[in-house]
Design a protein around this ligand. Structure first.
Ligand SMILES: Nc1ncnc2c1ncn2[C@@H]1O[C@H](COP(=O)(O)OP(=O)(O)OP(=O)(O)O)[C@@H](O)[C@H]1O
Ligand SMILES: [Mg+2]
Length: 256
């Protein structure tokens, strides 16, 4: 039976879709059977981020409205045969899609899979509720910036009313040079602030995202390993900035 994990944040643009896509791909690469479901109706982009937009025939709204069966709407990823993308519709007005209908579709698919990742829209309105109501665990993505952390705190409070089995934070866009110099909150400080465990640390790197998923950054491998094993190992985002050349890199980056 699949673990249904919603990837949410409150604040927009912090990396929900990036985290959902890369985590799903890594777990599929490790032999897990994974569905990546886009619950961001209207501003959906999981298909593009996973590089399968040209392969989509049906979407989740087609399943809900009876135009196809759930399995027909799953797009098998060309590079990761264990990864299936369930896209969302650009065209269906949001009011036609209830949380119950998405939940039914995913519950129907869950017995044949190990993980279902649900990419949540930004904000905390109907779209948030629709995505979270289908899940039994949540990953809250935030950056170490105060505005994102404040939104993460609000989301965590809201998530507590959903009686989820698991709730943890993914700290994204962490700048190793700022962490090294003490100019950025540490993951331990973020845990204390949000009173929630940080299960993954991802560096801010211009090449962390590769559109066709040709490569998966090692930080996602560590995070996926944590999800599978329940351990808590943080990717070392400061490694690049230690030692002689690392110090030069750090000074150069700080002066940008
Ligand atoms: N660790 C990172 N380092 C560098 N760029 C990143 C990182 N994570 C995400 N990005 C970039 O930040 C932008 C926003 O990411 P993404 O679309 O995943 O955010 P989101 O939370 O899903 O946004 P939305 O709220 O609009 O759905 C993208 O251009 C993405 O490539
Ligand atoms: Mg997104």
């Amino acid at each position: 039976m699949a673990r249904k994990i919603v990837v949410t944040s409150g604040k927009g643009g912090v990396g929900k879709t990036t985290v959902a896509v890369h985590l799903a791909a890594r777990l599929a690469q490790k032999g897990q059977r994974v569905i990546l479901c886009d619950a961001d109706l209207g501003l959906n982009n999981v298909d593009v981020c996973a590089g399968v937009e040209h392969l989509v025939t049906y979407d989740i709204v087609d399943v809900i409205e009876g135009r196809c069966r759930a399995k027909q709407a799953l797009v098998k990823h060309p590079k990761y045969p264990n990864l299936y993308v369930l896209t969302s519709s650009h065209s269906a007005p949001e009011r036609y899609v209830s949380p119950q209908s998405i939940k039914l579709v995913l519950e129907n698919l869950a017995p044949q899979f190990d993980f279902i990742f649900i990419d949540c829209p930004a904000g905390m309105d109907d779209g948030f509720h629709r995505a979270v109501a289908t899940a039994d665990e949540a990953l809250v993505v935030t950056t170490p910036h105060i505005s994102a952390l404040r939104d993460a705190d609000k989301v965590i409070t809201a998530l507590k009313s959903y009686h989820l089995n698991g709730l943890s934070v993914v700290l994204n866009k962490v700048r190793g040079e700022l962490l090294t110099s003490g100019d950025c909150l540490t993951p331990t400080e973020v845990e204390e602030l949000l009173k929630t465990p940080v299960c993954g640390l991802l560096p801010e790197e211009y090449d962390i995202y590769s559109g066709d998923l040709t490569e998966i950054h090692p930080a996602f491998r560590t995070l996926a390993g944590n999800l599978l094993s329940g351990r808590k190992k943080w990717y070392d985002v400061t490694k690049k900035y230690s030692g002689f050349f690392g110090n030069i890199r750090r000074v150069l980056k700080r002066n940008l």
